[in-house]
Design a binder for this molecule. Structure first.
Ligand code: SF4
Length: 215
């Protein structure tokens, strides 16, 4: 169980500036419980976005969005509507956003922040993917979390020490900034790497220090 809270609408509107059509994704797991991305919140968001002139091509609320296999099946059923959209906005915790980003070759915007719950985990098997940092930065990183997956938690590009796509601290793991670059290039959004991510308020985060689990 992860705690998520919708980002302010103004922030979401900034994310989708220049885009006309969006597809919305919610989750019947934690997000419905925390009223940040269940069916009701998705329909409310649809209305708000339409009032601001956006076209919502469709929406889906998956039982457990952080379950990749289940989400893959659900999203496949909405392929046509997803293809019509410029991007997707995902309303759940950071793990769920990252699942969608792995499944769809399109810009995936985080609609929520994940608040520290003191160590709860999502369903992503064998890896910790969201460190519940309180202010999700997945918008700028192609849907790959530099806090959970970078040994130095660097927010603005690689440290300069990685070699051949591997982390300087532990060469058995990929440099997530290498993956972020490849992902943004693949979806045509390398402009996101040029945006400055301000220093975070780490007091909101679940952890400090290097990641404890490798993947
Ligand atoms: S940036 Fe990473 S740690 Fe922070 S909420 Fe998003 S996925 Fe979780």
């Amino acid at each position: 169980m992860l705690i998520s809270k919708q980002k302010p609408l103004e922030e979401i509107m900034e994310y989708i500036e220049g885009e006309k059509k969006v597809f919305l994704v919610g989750c019947k797991g934690c997000a419905e419980g925390w009223e940040s991305g269940g069916e009701r919140e998705i329909l409310e968001m649809k209305k708000k976005l339409e009032e601001k002139g956006k076209i919502v091509t469709g929406h889906v609320v998956v039982d457990m969005l952080c379950d990749k296999a289940l989400s893959a099946i659900k999203l496949k059923n909405f392929k046509k509507k997803i293809d019509e959209a410029d991007s997707l906005i995902v309303f759940t915790d950071g793990a769920g956003v990252q699942v969608v980003a792995e499944l769809v070759k399109k810009m995936v915007h985080p609609g929520c922040n994940t608040i520290s719950s003191g160590g709860a985990h999502a369903e992503w098997k064998g890896a910790e993917r969201c460190m519940e940092c309180g202010n999700c930065v997945l918008e700028y990183t192609g849907g790959l979390c530099p806090i959970a997956r970078c040994s130095k938690h660097i927010l603005n590009g690689p440290c300069g020490g990685s070699q051949y796509g591997k982390c300087e601290v532990d060469e058995t793991i990929p440099c997530v900034w290498h993956l972020i670059y490849e992902r943004l290039k693949e979806i045509g959004r390398l402009d996101k790497m040029e945006m400055f991510v301000a220093p975070k308020d780490w007091s909101l985060s679940l952890i400090a220090g290097p990641p404890v689990k490798r993947f």
